[in-house]
Each structure stands twice: as structure tokens, then as C-alpha cells.
Design a protein around this ligand. Structure first.
Ligand code: HEC
Length: 309
């Protein structure tokens, strides 16, 4: 602090300006982060909407069939071979249920190219649908409180989750066994998964949609908000501060110091340049100059009295 006490006014003001500048950059970054989160949330919401719609479409159809092909890594729920009438090889159809189709589509979405998603459940049949810590926390919150979504940043990623509600179409495969689930689906599901995942009710939270989007780094964030214009405004502000300090504060004080020195050397007929200053001025430095002028005048009177003795 001692250094600051003895340093030039300009240095003090410059440091003050620097602190204000840094605080303003910091507040800009906070705002940009908020805007980024808002933007990512909107993006995640619309991705989720698309996933939910796709699943609803597949559920409405009772699953979708592919002819002769299916993904080797994901498999299929059921298969059906068309009877061959002319001796050629029969076409084979494979059934894709919503959870399976979601997994198949999600492997196409690469995080390096924008985003990644999956549907997870606490009572998963498929190990790939096991939730991680962020997801199981979100799922628990959705099951206990009414919340539209949860989100946050983790390991350079924006993470977003939304509850997945059971709709009427889901009951074809998840409803009451003796009422909603019809043959042949009933046998297929019972054979493949046993009694699991039935008795869902419309409105239940059965799982969550989980989205991951890469977060912008601080550098890209800063370069997205600060342009050459901001730099220019910064330079102009520094210049204005410099000119103000130099000509409105430092220069008049230096001049006053100069005349005060002369006064101390006994030179009492100097012009302090106070002729143009109004006596009721609000400028503190002008007030100081007027006080000096009064001091000078009383010196003058004193000298004259001394000389006339
Ligand atoms: C055509 C039958 C079918 C329909 C319709 C269906 N599901 Fe499923 N669902 C399954 C099967 C089979 C599984 C387990 C295997 C898997 O994940 O592919 C499953 C799994 C799930 C899972 C857990 C993921 C897992 O691995 O266990 C959730 C959650 C789920 N379904 C919710 C729904 C919702 C919500 C709907 C309605 C939009 C729906 N399902 C419609 C057949 C279906």
C-alpha cells in the first residue's frame, strides 16, 4: 500500500481502471456462461422432443420391422419369416421396439459432431441402459418431485435429462399382461425377458432421456463475445481516462506546486492564473488555487507592512 501512497495519481487511476476492466470482463463471462447454458438447454430440449416423438411413433406402430437386416450389436426383439411360395429364399423381418430403436439411433449420434443421447432406466433389462451417477440422481428427483428437466456442466460436457413418461402406446408391450399386452407380443416378451417391465401405467416415469453436448471452452466463449470493437472501446476508454487525469487533475496540481514553490522562495508577485476562476467554483483544484491566491495576497500585505516600517 505504501508504494501506492507515494505513486503518481495517474498510476493509481490506471490501476483502478484495470481493476474495473477486469471486473467487467468477469461479469461478461458470467453473462456469456448463462447465455450459453440457456442456448444449450434449448438445443437439448429440441433433441429430446425429437427422440420422444420418434419413440412415440415406433410405440404407436407396436414397433417397426426391418426386412432382411438388423444391427448385429443391438439385435432385434422378434423375427418373422415370410413363407416362400416359389422356392426362393424367404424374406426375414426383424422387429425393433422403441428402446432398441433409440439405442440404434443413438450410436449414430457422435458427441464429436454435436451431441450424444441415450435413454436409461433404473430398472433396465439391457445393461447399456444402466444410468450413471448424474442420470440416476436425475431419475430419483423426477420420481419424487414434479420437474421438467435437470441440467448442469460436468467434465467439459453440458448434461441434460428429461423424464420419460409412459403413454398409451407403450402399454402394448409394458401394460397389464392379461389386458393390454396381446399375442404374439406377449409370448415374445415373456420368453425374452420374463415377467419384467409390465404393469406400467400411463403417466409413470419409467426412465429418462439423457443428452450430452460438448461445452464451449473459456477461450472460445471469450472469443465469441469479444470482438475487435470491444478492444477498440477499451483503448478509447483508456485514452479518455488518461487525457482526463493528465489535463484535469495532474497538470493543474503540477502548476500549483510550481507557483507554491516560487512563493516559498519569496517571489510574491506571481500570477496564479486565478482571474478567470469564479469565487464559488465547485472544482476542488480551483478552490485550492483560490486559497493559494489568498495566501499570496496576505503575504503581499505583510511584506508591504514590513517595508513601510
Ligand atoms: C414393441 C414393444 C414395446 C413398446 C411399444 C414399448 N416398449 Fe419399452 N421396451 C420394450 C422392450 C422389449 C424393452 C427391453 C429391451 C430393450 O431395451 O430393447 C423395453 C425397454 C424399455 C425401457 C427400459 C430400457 C431397458 O433397457 O430396460 C423403458 C424406460 C421403456 N421401454 C419405456 C417405454 C416407453 C415409455 C414406451 C412408450 C413410448 C415403450 N417403452 C414402448 C418393448 C417395448
Amino acid at each position: 500500500m505504501g508504494i501506492f501512497k507515494n505513486s503518481r495519481i495517474f498510476v493509481k487511476i490506471f490501476f483502478l481502471f484495470l481493476i474495473v476492466l477486469l471486473l467487467s470482463v468477469f461479469s461478461h463471462v458470467l453473462v456469456a456462461q448463462k447465455v450459453q447454458q440457456e442456448f444449450l438447454r434449448k438445443q437439448a430440449k429440441s433433441i429430446t422432443r425429437q427422440i420422444v416423438l420418434t419413440r412415440q411413433w415406433i410405440a404407436g406402430l407396436g414397433g417397426v420391422w426391418s426386412k432382411d437386416t438388423y444391427s448385429k450389436t443391438h439385435g432385434f426383439l422378434s423375427q418373422y419369416s415370410e413363407p416362400s411360395s416359389d422356392g426362393n429364399a424367404a424374406a426375414v423381418f426383424y422387429l425393433h421396439n422403441p428402446a432398441l430403436a433409440t439405442r440404434e439411433i443413438s450410436t449414430l449420434a457422435d458427441i464429436r459432431h454435436g451431441y450424444n443421447f441415450r435413454v436409461v432406466s433404473d430398472r433396465f433389462r439391457e445393461p447399456k441402459n444402466k444410468p450413471d451417477l448424474f442420470e440416476s440422481k436425475a431419475l430419483k428427483r423426477f420420481q419424487t418431485q414434479k420437474m421438467a428437466y435437470t441440467d448442469g456442466f460436468q467434465d467439459g460436457l453440458y448434461r441434460y435429462t428429461e423424464p420419460l413418461f409412459v403413454k398409451q402406446g407403450c402399454l402394448k408391450c409394458h401394460g397389464k399382461l392379461d389386458q393390454d399386452v396381446k399375442e404374439p407380443m406377449k409370448t415374445i416378451l415373456l420368453e425374452k425377458y420374463g415377467q419384467k417391465a409390465f404393469d406400467y401405467k400411463v403417466g409413470d416415469v419409467r426412465g429418462i432421456v439423457s443428452i450430452k453436448i460438448p461445452q464451449q471452452t473459456l477461450v472460445t466463449l471469450l472469443s465469441s463475445i469479444f470482438t475487435v470493437w470491444n478492444v477498440l472501446i477499451g483503448v478509447i476508454s483508456i485514452l479518455l481516462f488518461y487525457l482526463f487525469t493528465r489535463f484535469m487533475i495532474v497538470k493543474p496540481i503540477t502548476q500549483l506546486t510550481h507557483v507554491a514553490n516560487k512563493l516559498s522562495e519569496g517571489q510574491i508577485d506571481i500570477d496564479l492564473g486565478t482571474a478567470e476562476i469564479k469565487f464559488n467554483t465547485k472544482n476542488e483544484i480551483s478552490q485550492l488555487a483560490l486559497a493559494f491566491e489568498r495566501l499570496r495576497k496576505s503575504f503581499e500585505i505583510m511584506y508591504r507592512k514590513l517595508a513601510s516600517r
